[in-house]
Ligand binder design. Structure first.
Ligand code: CA
Length: 231
């Protein structure tokens, strides 16, 4: 089964980067190094990455913003922040930016490797096989940006695709409109929360057996939406 998994190390301190690289290789991973935020984003957009280890203080930016940016583009890739800033307020900032875990420096390599394994398993299990994903009556093809039901098919914009990915990743959890806005639109341009409701309406037409009585994408009154767990 094993094609080795690529771990992106974003770290500008050479000795830490080398240490991580060596240990990841020993654990059977394929390490990939970026020493700047810029290079990290390049990799995220162009390479198959299975997990990101992220330093906070980078020469051309900070890891918190970078984390938000990575999660915005690739919600399917787990991120662990490794930082010398170990205060709980720093950890909270990191986790709020979408990081899946946060480890203060200096860290224990064995602990890091356990946490990575855990995250990788969780993310693999929650991932659709290949790029296609069945949801209710519909099939979503994330590679081709399409949503289809029977012979009918619509093209998804990148926002719509990100929105669906986010719902799938957070299956079983209630997502507030604000959370959805922040994750799908980031801080670029904040649309009206109505936009979300309209997206949901159009998704339901394909996904639900009876769009007027949805049982897959549920409305949680006064809060937002929830994708049911079993689908
Ligand atoms: Ca640094």
């Amino acid at each position: 089964m094993s094609e080795s998994r690529t771990i992106l190390i974003v770290e500008d301190e050479r000795h830490i980067a080398n240490l991580l690289k060596k240990n990841l290789a020993l654990d059977g991973y394929e390490p990939l190094l970026a020493t700047t935020a810029h290079a990290a984003l390049d990799h995220v957009q162009s390479r198959k990455i299975d997990l990101v280890l992220l330093d906070v203080m980078l020469p051309d930016g900070n890891g918190i913003d970078l984390c938000r940016n990575i999660k915005h583009r690739r919600p399917d890739v787990p991120v662990i922040i490794l930082s010398a800033l170990g205060q709980s307020s720093d950890r909270i900032k990191g986790l709020k930016s979408g990081a899946d875990d946060y480890l203060p420096k200096p860290f224990d390599l064995e602990e890091l490797s356990l946490r990575m394994e855990k995250l990788l398993n969780r993310f693999v299990n929650s991932q659709p096989a290949g790029s296609q994903f069945r949801l209710g009556e519909a099939v979503i093809d994330f590679a081709n940006f399409s949503l289809s039901r029977g012979d009918e098919s619509v093209h998804l914009t990148s926002k719509e695709a990100q929105f669906l990915k986010y719902l799938i990743e957070k299956r079983g959890q209630v997502l507030s409109r604000k959370q959805i806005l922040e994750h799908v639109w980031g801080y670029e341009q904040i649309p009206n929360t109505r936009t979300i409701d309209n997206f949901i309406l159009s998704f339901r037409k394909y996904i639900e057996k009876d769009p007027n009585h949805p049982n897959i994408i549920l409305t949680v009154r006064g809060i937002g939406y929830k994708l049911v767990k079993t689908s």
